[in-house]
Design a protein around this ligand. Structure first.
Ligand code: FA5
Ligand code: MG
Length: 456
């Protein structure tokens, strides 16, 4: 078990494979300027997604372009089933459609849709967002526009096609992404907004938002997390005086800017650039920070593929882009040990953070004992771990800490058995045996019925 835990944690702390794949590592020593003090501004825009027909409204984020779902039109939706995002109401049955095979959004995900943790001033994610804004405001005064209220419900075109994600890319599968219907998804990265912002003429911008991925369960994976996208466009006059071409110039500026950001957040840290692949950038890199004895991947970035810029009608520009994981950074900066805590409304958690105070170390208020339950079954061809995790999360919610494959074998008849260990632990209280047994019974039943596996 200890080895399993260590392995799964090492996997998380090194690299997410969702979009990127590593090729080589370049180490370098990094010298950084000290960051000046702080200013802050923000602008918000409403949703324009789930549109029933193309919008003729000039602002791409105009709420007027939004077509309300069927339940909203009926006008009989209970209040609790309505969300307000970017000034627009979204009804639960716009997003969760139980009998629609093209929809895989569970209730538990709908419940997270309007939370916008990154917009809470005294929340670790809000504090971090503001500190990053500060860095860009100080180093590029008046340049970067901020968007932190763009609707997370986007088209497949925005999420994948517009950023050149190939048709057969794993991230497009129903196993990895939440689909509202075959044309609409919950964004799985903030890059989903890049192309539209380029098309509308924006040249320096930061997009912060909640992103959604079907995934495994452990202390650093949650089906909803937060990213910040940064983009900067260059014109020929920017690089003409240098001895570099546009791509080289943008790559150098990108690395310099992000090294400065890392220094601003972490102080003097050891970091390294890792060459990688993203469909939307070339060259592409990941930045890793050496933290508590491990290399931690904190962001992906690169020089934007020309095809994305051409689609916006400009052929003479280059751009850099990055996408960073806010929870990853916040866990390090605030010493937050479990990703579920970001969602806690327990005052013993929330009262520890306040605006402007970056890096105040979280003091765990208690550590409750875990309870382990093992479950073995014969899998079938369609079985995936993500489907299993979704069922467990749907039943146990934030009481599940980790789901780990602890045994896996195929018998002479070619049948494959998996044994999973489910770790139950509340962040806030002790769980009773009865409560856990009841949850585990429900999980066993649901796994059998919904995944068509044979329990052993
Ligand atoms: C992306 O999502 C790219 N869109 C980033 C990008 C943008 C690259 C623009 C180039 C240009 P990736 O899947 O690696 O890439 O995720 C980016 C960051 O999000 C990671 O470096 C990590 O910090 C964070 N992240 C990824 N998966 C998780 C997860 N399951 N839990 C918490 N943070 C995660
Ligand atoms: Mg990655």
């Amino acid at each position: 078990m200890l080895i399993q835990r260590a392995l799964s944690r090492a996997r998380v702390l090194s690299t997410s494979r969702y979009f990127s794949s590593l090729s080589s590592i370049q180490m370098q020593t990094i010298n950084l300027p000290k960051s000046p003090p702080f200013s802050f501004s923000s602008n918000n825009h409403g949703c324009n997604f789930l549109k029933s027909k193309p919008s003729s409204v000039s602002s791409p984020y105009s709420t007027a372009a939004f077509s309300l779902g069927k339940s909203s039109r009926k006008g009989v939706v209970p209040l609790a089933a309505l969300l307000q995002i970017g000034g627009v109401q979204i009804a639960k049955d716009d997003v969760v459609k139980e009998n629609d095979p093209t929809n895989n959004v569970p209730d538990s995900i709908f419940a997270k849709l309007g939370m916008q943790l990154h917009r809470r001033e005294n929340h670790p994610l809000g504090i971090l967002k503001k500190t990053i804004y500060d860095y860009f405001d100080v180093n590029f005064p008046g340049k970067f526009e901020k968007f932190d209220d763009l609707c997370p419900i986007v088209t497949v075109k925005q999420n994948f096609d517009d950023v050149l994600v190939p048709p057969d890319h794993v991230s497009r599968s129903y196993n990895d992404t939440y689909y509202v219907n075959s044309d609409t998804v919950l964004r799985c990265h903030t890059s989903a907004h890049q192309a539209e912002l380029f098309r509308n003429g924006h040249t320096h911008f930061l997009v912060t938002g909640d992103v959604y991925r079907r995934d495994s369960i452990d202390g650093t994976h949650y089906p909803v997390f937060h990213q910040m996208e940064g983009v900067r466009v260059f014109s020929p006059e920017d690089w003409s005086g240098s001895d570099m071409d546009g791509t080289e110039y943008a790559a150098a500026d990108l690395k310099r800017s992000l090294e400065g950001l890392a220094k601003h957040l972490f102080g003097a840290v050891e970091m390294r650039w890792v060459d990688t692949y993203f469909p939307f950038t070339n060259p592409s890199y990941e930045l890793e920070i050496f933290f508590q004895g491990k290399w931690l991947e904190v962001l992906g970035c690169g020089v934007t593929e020309q095809a994305i810029l051409h689609a916006s009608g400009r052929t003479d520009i280059v751009a850099w882009a990055f996408g960073l994981g806010l929870e990853r950074l916040a866990m390090v900066l605030f010493d937050i040990p479990d990703i579920r805590l970001f969602w806690s409304s327990d005052e013993r958690f929330t009262s520890q953070f306040s605006e402007g105070k970056l890096g105040v170390k979280f003091k765990p208020f208690s550590k409750f004992p875990p309870c382990y339950k093992d479950m073995s079954f014969w899998i079938n061809d369609g079985f995936t771990e993500n489907n299993l995790c979704e069922i467990v999360r749907g039943i146990a919610g934030d009481l599940v800490e980790e789901v780990t494959l602890i045994d896996n074998f195929t018998n002479k008849k070619g049948m494959t058995s998996h044994c999973y260990r489910i770790t139950y632990r509340s962040m806030e209280r002790s769980l009773t045996d009865d409560e856990i047994n009841e949850l585990q019974e429900q999980v066993r039943e649901a796994v059998q019925n919904k995944l068509n596996v044979v329990l052993r």
